[in-house]
Design a protein around this ligand. Structure first.
Ligand code: SAH
Length: 215
C-alpha cells in the first residue's frame, strides 16, 4: 500500500468532517492531513480508513476513531518542540500525528506485537518519535521526565499517580478515566506538586489500561 491521490482526497473529506465537529487546531488538522491512516490498518480495511471508525489491530486492541484522536490531541494543546509522553502506542497512528505536529514524542506500549508493528511503520513513513518503549505505561518514563504533556490512549480504572508525578508544573495530562465499559475523557492541569485542576469532556470507549507487558 502507498499514499495515493484517492487516499489524499478521502483524507480531505475526513478533515472537513472533523472541522464540522469542532476541531479547530490548525496544526492538528495539518498533521492529520499529512499522516496516511490507511497504512496503520490491515489492508482489508483500506477503503474505510478515512471514515470516522475504529478498527481492530493486532493483539486484540483497536485503533481509535479519528475524531477521538483529534479531540484528545486538541485537548492537549500541543506546541512545537514540547516533550510529550504517550501511553499506548498501539498502531502508532496517534504517535505519528504528534510527531507531525513537531512535538518530541516518547511513547510506551505493553504489547510486543504492537511495539514491533508501530516501530516499523513509523520508521517507514519517517515520523519517528524520540523514544519508543516496550513497557508498562503505569510506570511512565522516569529517566526522561518531566514532560510538558501526557496523553493516555487506553482507559484507566484508577488514576496512574506516577504519571502525574512526571508532569511539569503547568503541564497537561489527558486520560480516559473509569472502571466500567465507558470512560470519562479527563484533563488534569498540574498547578503544583500537590494540586491539580480537573476538567471532564464526556464519555468514550477505550480498551483498558493493563498492568505489566505481554510478549
Ligand atoms: N493510540 C493508539 C491507540 C491504541 S489502543 C492508536 O492510535 O492506535 C490503546 C493501547 O494501549 C493498546 O495498544 C494497549 O495495548 C495499550 N496499553 C494498555 N495498557 C497499557 C500500559 N499499561 N502501558 C502501555 N500501553 C498500554
Amino acid at each position: 500500500m502507498r499514499d495515493s491521490f484517492v487516499h489524499r482526497g478521502k483524507r480531505r473529506h475526513l478533515l472537513n468532517y472533523l472541522m464540522e465537529k469542532g476541531i479547530a487546531d490548525s496544526r492538528l488538522l495539518d498533521a492529520m492531513n499529512q499522516v496516511p491512516r490507511h497504512l496503520f490498518l490491515e489492508s482489508v480495511f483500506e477503503d474505510y480508513a478515512y471514515e470516522d471508525r475504529s478498527f481492530p489491530i493486532a493483539a486484540n486492541q483497536t485503533i481509535s476513531h479519528p475524531s477521538t484522536v483529534a479531540e484528545q490531541t486538541q485537548l492537549l494543546q500541543v506546541k512545537e518542540q514540547e516533550k510529550i509522553l504517550e501511553i499506548g502506542t498501539g498502531s502508532g497512528y496517534q504517535t505519528a500525528v504528534l510527531v507531525a505536529m513537531k512535538a518530541q514524542v516518547y511513547t510506551i506500549e505493553r504489547q510486543k506485537e504492537l511495539f514491533d508493528f508501530s516501530n516499523k511503520i513509523l520508521k517507514d513513513i519517517q515520523l519517528r518519535p524520540k523514544f519508543q518503549s516496550f513497557g508498562d505505561g503505569f510506570a511512565g518514563l522516569p529517566t526522561f521526565a518531566p514532560f510538558d504533556k501526557i496523553l493516555v490512549t487506553c482507559g484507566a480504572a484508577v488514576l496512574p499517580i506516577e504519571l502525574l508525578k512526571q508532569l511539569k508544573q503547568g503541564g497537561l495530562m489527558v486520560i480516559p478515566l473509569g472502571k466500567g465499559d465507558e470512560q470519562i475523557l479527563t484533563r488534569f492541569r498540574k498547578l503544583s506538586d500537590t494540586s491539580f485542576e480537573k476538567e471532564e469532556f464526556g464519555l468514550y470507549k477505550f480498551v483498558p489500561m493493563l498492568n505489566n507487558t505481554q510478549k
